[in-house]
Design a protein around this ligand. Sequence first.
Ligand SMILES: [Zn+2]
Ligand SMILES: [Zn+2]
Length: 348
Amino acid sequence: MGTSLQMTWQKNLLLKRRKKPNTSPPLGLKNLGNTCYLNSVLQCLSYTPPLANYCLNNHHSSHCPQSGTGNCPFCLLEKRIIRSLTLDFSIDAPSKILSCVNIFSPHFRYGRQEDAHEFLRFVIDACHNACLKINKNSSIVRGIFGGKLRSQVKCCDCGAESNKTDDIMDISLDLFQVTSVKDAMQRYFQQEVLNGTNKYHCDNCEKLVVAKKQLAILKAPNVLVIQLKRFEGIHGGKIDRAIAFEEGLLLSNYMCKESQDPCPQYNLYGTIVHSGYSPDSGHYYAYIKDAMGRWYCCNDSFVSISNLQEVVSEKVYILFFARSNQRPATNQITLRYDWSGTSALQWP
Ligand SMILES: [Zn+2]
Ligand SMILES: [Zn+2]
């Protein structure tokens, strides 16, 4: 029996684990020297409801053979998230996770500024691998962030289709000539004609042909992370213009016809903003929505109350969305209702 994935905050669990009242703001994270990238990512992960619920239950560490050795990235993250959600202070130093930063990625160095998105990817991958060490067929990390993209190429001569499916943990969007996240999504999923020097080799026709290529979502993730590629401007500079986005996001236009999940809906719960000119300089800070639905700006140790208007006015770099409607049951995922009536998802 798999463990269930709780998409909404388990407030009773939070109350039980937390000594401070529910009205207190998120814990500020001290900057230990160029660690704003790490602080911002940790804040957003701590306020990812299904991950927070899982950590507050000690689900990972209670099954992990490496628990207590200090060598497991997920055990480290679990401890960090529990501290963030339960400590009585207003500021904490993420020294433990920072001193072990090379457990997530060997090339990360204490004291050096890094790209927040790169760090997030390493944390997610490292924790995913830690899950697979316990059970090679089950990963909470994939259950939370994982989705599937299908790439279809169709030969314009014979009509033969070739399909390829890729597992994804996030989506990175190009910003060239784009003014909103919606635009960028549309471009990402729009049909592309493979022609000229870009012709496609059709196995059926046994020659290079003009073909149409299209990406579509085969499995929508429970938590959708979107990176805006601000650091890939044509001249190598940062794309610093405002990119509009909204609190709600629909994936209906980008789903595969075969997916049986026609309209995944999402709500924003976190963002990471970068100010400055390159990913490894400048400054990162985060916005998160707490269990009560209040927005906060988490700028290292400085935490201040915010609101949606302020959140959407920022030039964001990374967006975190959680599904607000449930992924339909398939043979891989079964639905379960817990005692409180909150729906939960299961994975094998
Ligand atoms: Zn572990
Ligand atoms: Zn063909």
